[in-house]
Design a protein around this ligand. Structure first.
Ligand code: AMP
Ligand code: MG
Length: 343
């Protein structure tokens, strides 16, 4: 029997995304990006995001169905991101999912956005996975190590106690006037720079836990830039070197904690997800770290699956459909802006 078709919606932050999935197979994944709208603010402006979601959502649903070549009568369930995310943004997707589930008499599946990033490497992958797996979710809002005993059973073993890794890259990118979001630009600049030019401190080494902290790195960057600029203004090559050094510092911190974690926990494979997972250098450095533990890394099949997207919501919903984990009272489903994965 073929897998049930799910229409998935994600409006957790600044991208309006809808997808059609069947199990882990992605039939369509539409993303209406709001990056241009928020760029002048240097970050996501919640009321602007909400308005744009409202304007885009119907059209993205239409396109997702069209690209998947399916009609409403073939859809078996609606899935929606319940949290975490920006409250005004989440609200738009949840309201739409309730409306559609009621109209088409379909079950509704509520999905945790971080669980979706964690399982995003499973999208379109036919591989049999070995458990326990460790998901590393690195995005603009999260930097988490999540142990997966089986799908649906999670334990967060480590997390950033302040800024997320993507957030730190974005903030330092802003200091360098690289625009928003700066993560992808830092990656390009870093390719032309010397990552050893500045030695970025390695935080939290004295602690036994697997938590991370990126705000000290950001302060280091601000002080260092001030110091350099008292002598001369940064030229192009200086900026490349700074981007390379800072990016290396952020990823080295993650890899240091990952290595520590793997020495103490038996893990069979590692899955990487979230916006920063699109970065080739973080993948390389994590693979390097995993080598000595003889562990393989799985990453999402495309950059679109790294950024916020509804296909990964559909993938999680596929597993929940198997378990018949539907929202009991559709009218009462509420957004959960601070929903952590193991709560
Ligand atoms: P998300 O929170 O999952 O939507 O991811 C967005 C975050 O990922 C932002 O902080 C971006 O700067 C960051 N990001 C996206 N692409 C890259 C990249 N290639 N390298 C580093 N960071 C990236
Ligand atoms: Mg995200």
């Amino acid at each position: 029997m073929s897998e049930p078709l799910i229409l998935a919606i994600d409006t957790s932050c600044d991208d309006t995304s809808t997808a059609v999935t069947a199990g882990t197979k992605v039939l369509s994944n539409v993303i209406a990006s709001q990056t241009q709208l928020h760029a002048p603010y240097g970050g996501v402006f919640p009321t602007v995001a909400k308005q744009a979601h409202k304007e885009n959502i119907n059209q993205t649903i239409k396109i997702a169905l069209k690209r998947a070549k399916v009609t409403w009568d073939k859809i078996s369930a609606i899935a929606v991101t319940q949290g975490p995310g920006l409250a005004p943004s989440l609200e738009v997707g949840i309201a739409k999912s309730k409306e559609l589930a009621t109209k088409h008499k379909l079950p509704l599946i509520a999905v945790n956005h971080i669980e979706a990033h964690a399982l995003s490497p499973l999208a379109n992958s036919g591989v049999d996975h070995q458990f326990p797996a460790l998901a590393i979710v690195v995005s603009g809002g999260h930097t988490d190590f999540i142990k997966i005993t089986q799908i649906g059973e999670y334990e967060r073993l480590g997390f950033s106690i302040d800024d997320a890794a993507g957030e730190a890259l974005d903030k330092v990118g802003r200091m360098l006037n690289l625009g928003y979001p700066a993560g992808p630009i830092i990656e390009q600049f870093a390719k032309k720079g010397d990552s050893k030019k500045h030695s970025v401190p390695l935080p939290m080494t004295g602690r036994e836990d697997f938590n991370m902290s990126f705000s000290g790195l950001k302060t280091w960057a601000r002080n260092k830039l001030e110091q350099i600029e008292t002598q001369n203004t940064l030229n192009k090559q200086d900026t490349y070197d700074f981007a390379a050094s800072f990016q290396y510092g952020v990823f080295r911190h993650i890899c240091y904690k990952l290595n520590k974690l793997l020495k103490q926990h038996q893990i069979s494979e590692v899955w990487l997800g979230g916006g920063v997972a699109a970065n080739i250098e973080i993948r390389r450095m994590i693979r390097e770290t995993l080598k000595s533990h003889n562990i393989k890394l799985f990453t999402p099949y495309s950059k679109r699956l790294c950024m916020d997207n509804a296909a990964m919501i559909g993938v999680v919903a596929g597993f929940k459909f198997e378990q018949q984990q539907f929202v009991k009272n559709i009218k009462e489903l509420e957004r959960r802006p601070r929903w952590e994965i193991n709560t």
